[in-house]
Design a protein around this ligand. Structure first.
Ligand code: ZN
Ligand code: ZN
Length: 335
């Protein structure tokens, strides 16, 4: 079967690999659509913290698929599923406490075990979640990044009628915007640097989209940094009212540092949260929101490529474009 495989930094391509075999308590799943993101680019370029990647690796950690063979009673062939990428050991203290994102034995699909940018993938059945018929493949493919965002939002748990600012107009920013609506804010503003993203930001549910930071009101109760750039973190830390909570979601380059105006942060009684990955709880919450019809992420997907077009897909993701850009998907076996 074909797979988009990264053998070492800057050694990547679609290659033929053996099909995985069905194991007990596992599912063989045919990926339908697999998103690519900045983290995939970092894997390809060698920018990921070495503790969180194992080469060679088949890429693909944001995906939806259809079961083609089942080694578990609860899952029938033909069902559409999303599968938690973090494989918890279930025996460490963090797992026992429900913090599967901090499992002592890091293991994740698309990072330490082969991902879903391939014609088939083998996954533990216990991590699979059924997707209702009315949910689009595009929405379902976004469960992983949505769960990452939701995990962070549950951490700050915005109170109803609060003022929220999202810093960032990329995919994570769009997801943070649309998921913030679950918490019923009074004000939901987005700061970004690409005016071409305004339509997507509005679709996500923002009240206001600002590309000039001097127009921000600096009175937000909650600020979510979703851009993954040091300058954006710096900005996010200064936009809250006194007592604000700031959530860091975006990943700047590994090793990048920021100098903090510590005196001002203390004076302003600021709480800074940094949130990693997702737990089973936040993953299931996103699946429930999609299956109930309360959440639709289809609008976030702006580009779909075939597997062989992976260079174009990566180019689209990297490009400094004046066109709207949300999630870039690889279509593998779209019905
Ligand atoms: Zn990702
Ligand atoms: Zn564990």
């Amino acid at each position: 079967m074909r797979a988009l495989r990264c053998y070492a930094p800057n050694e990547v391509g679609v290659v033929e690999v053996p099909k995985p075999e069905l194991q007990n308590e596992y599912l063989l799943v045919k990926p339908l659509a697999t998103g690519i993101c900045g983290t995939d680019i970092e894997i390809i370029e060698g920018g990921v913290d070495p503790a969180y990647i194992r080469y060679p690796i088949t890429l693909g950690h944001e995906w939806v698929g259809r079961i083609v063979a089942s080694g578990a009673n609860d899952f029938a062939v033909g069902a559409r599923v999303v599968v938690e990428g973090v494989v918890p050991c279930e025996s460490c203290d963090e797992c026992k406490a429900g913090a599967t994102n901090r499992c002592a034995k890091y293991d994740e699909i698309g990072f330490t075990r082969d991902g879903a940018a391939a014609e088939l993938i083998s996954v533990p059945a216990k991590l699979a979640h059924l997707i209702a018929n009315q949910v689009s493949d595009e929405s379902a493919a976004l469960v992983e990044p949505a769960a990452v965002v939701y995990q962070g939002l549950l951490r700050i748990n915005p109170t109803p009628d609060s003022k929220i600012l999202i810093v960032g107009d990329g995919t994570i920013g769009l997801l943070a915007t649309t998921l913030s609506k679950v918490f019923q804010p009074k004000v939901l503003d987005v700061y970004g640097i690409r005016s071409s993203q305004e339509g997507l930001v509005r679709q996500a549910g923002a009240d206001r989209f600002v590309t000039d930071s001097s127009q921000l009101t600096k009175d937000y109760d909650f600020v979510v940094e979703a851009a993954g750039a040091i300058a954006a973190v710096d900005l996010a830390l200064t936009q809250g009212k006194r007592g604000a909570q700031v959530l860091l979601l975006g990943y700047p380059e590994h090793g990048a540092r920021l100098s903090l105006a510590v005196h001002d942060l203390i004076n302003n009684d600021v709480t800074i949260h940094a949130s990693f990955s997702y737990t089973r709880k936040s993953w299931k919450a996103i699946v429930d929101l999609l299956n109930s019809g309360d959440l639709d992420l289809t609008f976030v997907v702006t580009h779909i490529y075939q597997l062989e077009q992976w260079p174009e897909a990566l180019e689209t993701l990297r490009a400094l474009t004046s066109q709207p850009r949300g999630k870039v998907l690889l279509a593998l076996n779209l019905d």
